[in-house]
Design a protein around this ligand. Sequence first.
Ligand SMILES: Nc1nc2c(c(=O)[nH]1)N=C([C@H](O)[C@H](O)COP(=O)(O)OP(=O)(O)OP(=O)(O)O)CN2
Length: 185
Amino acid sequence: MTDTPQTELVFTRRFCMAHRLIAGASERCAIPHGHNEYVTVTLGTGPNNPHTRLDGHTNMLLPFAEAKGRWHRFIDERVDHCFQLSDKDPLVRWFAQHEPQRLDRILITPGDPTTEMLAAVLMSKLRAFLRDQGELLTVLSIEIKETPTNTVRLHGNPQHYLPPIEGPLESVWWNRADDTIADGI
Ligand SMILES: Nc1nc2c(c(=O)[nH]1)N=C([C@H](O)[C@H](O)COP(=O)(O)OP(=O)(O)OP(=O)(O)O)CN2
């Protein structure tokens, strides 16, 4: 146990989603189905945060609204009510051909959109946002509660957990500080 104080800011957001898993690990999940999920992120002091001590005036690491605003906007406007599909799922082509106007509601992952995968890509996206905002905060962990009985928690650098990518880091949506949830469709 260290004596050095370590503040953590913990934010939770709820979102509704649908997905299906087609790789064969869970056959009943190959039928599209949905969950009301909760994403909880734990943020710590980033490398550029000068506030290691409460100043006796504002006494804030950062206003909550500033710390969570961009992240919760992304969850509300891009992740909430989206359909999560594997990049190998033929439904991606179906949407491109038949309902192209809804393609921006399809979140695409490398392989099946499991809760482990969603945790890793969302953590990576949040790291990109925080880097873009000057690294006053850093992500310590992410937790996705898929159902009342199943939760996935991820710590550390999601790059070491995600499948390797070909090309530059920013060629995939989860490494870019923008509102994308898919690439190349
Ligand atoms: N390692 C993982 N296994 C499974 C995932 C996952 O994301 N990671 N996802 C699913 C399905 O999405 C499924 O909807 C939830 O799983 P399951 O536990 O089978 O669902 P139940 O709500 O019926 O579980 P109870 O035990 O009745 O609470 C499957 N596996």
